[in-house]
Design a protein around this ligand. Sequence first.
Ligand SMILES: C[S@@+](CC[C@H](N)C(=O)[O-])C[C@H]1O[C@@H](n2cnc3c(N)ncnc32)[C@H](O)[C@@H]1O
Length: 191
Amino acid sequence: MGWLNRLLTGRYRHRQFSHAEGRVLDVACGAGTNFQYLPERTEIVGIDISDPLVERAQSELDRLNRDGTVERMDAQDLNFADNSFDTVISSFSTCTFPDPVAALEEMARVCRPNGRILLLEHGRSDNSFLARYQEWRAEAHYERSGCRLTQNPLAVVRQAGLSVDEAESAQLGRITWIVCERPDPSHLTTA
Ligand SMILES: C[S@@+](CC[C@H](N)C(=O)[O-])C[C@H]1O[C@@H](n2cnc3c(N)ncnc32)[C@H](O)[C@@H]1O
């Protein structure tokens, strides 16, 4: 289904991730669909909770002949030191984490000061007709796939205390791009 994924979401992934820089962490990378949209000069580190998907993401790195590693890891408890990445990316993921706020706090922790956290998420539409359909489907969808169809990604990001630089949506508000910059603590003044 890789081709279908690329067809439906490729242009959004390209738009959001093609400006990533330096050492890049892809949180909940799945089969590594985002890797092809990351600039050649970046070093890729992917993590996912699923062993079969970690294997597929590693094969995708090999296919693309890119530098990087993929590991099994829980997004809510990242096994990386503070400030280890220049860019942290994640797509269509916070809706599946049991504790999305904890996962976003972890993304902020491992991102260096002035680094960027680039998110591509889906959620509740701002079209009332479509939103009603999503509400109607939400429970069955969650039972089938563990994904919260009507989550408001921007609200979750703000709840995690991330500072949102840009946010834009498409497909009647169903898809949202969010760019956060990790503040530089040395620039914070104390009273
Ligand atoms: C809808 S898929 C998105 C995959 C990929 N980011 C993409 O855009 O194609 C959600 C992913 O989150 C992963 N996931 C769910 N809970 C996780 C957790 N606690 N830690 C890490 N990955 C997790 C799943 O294994 C799955 O690969």
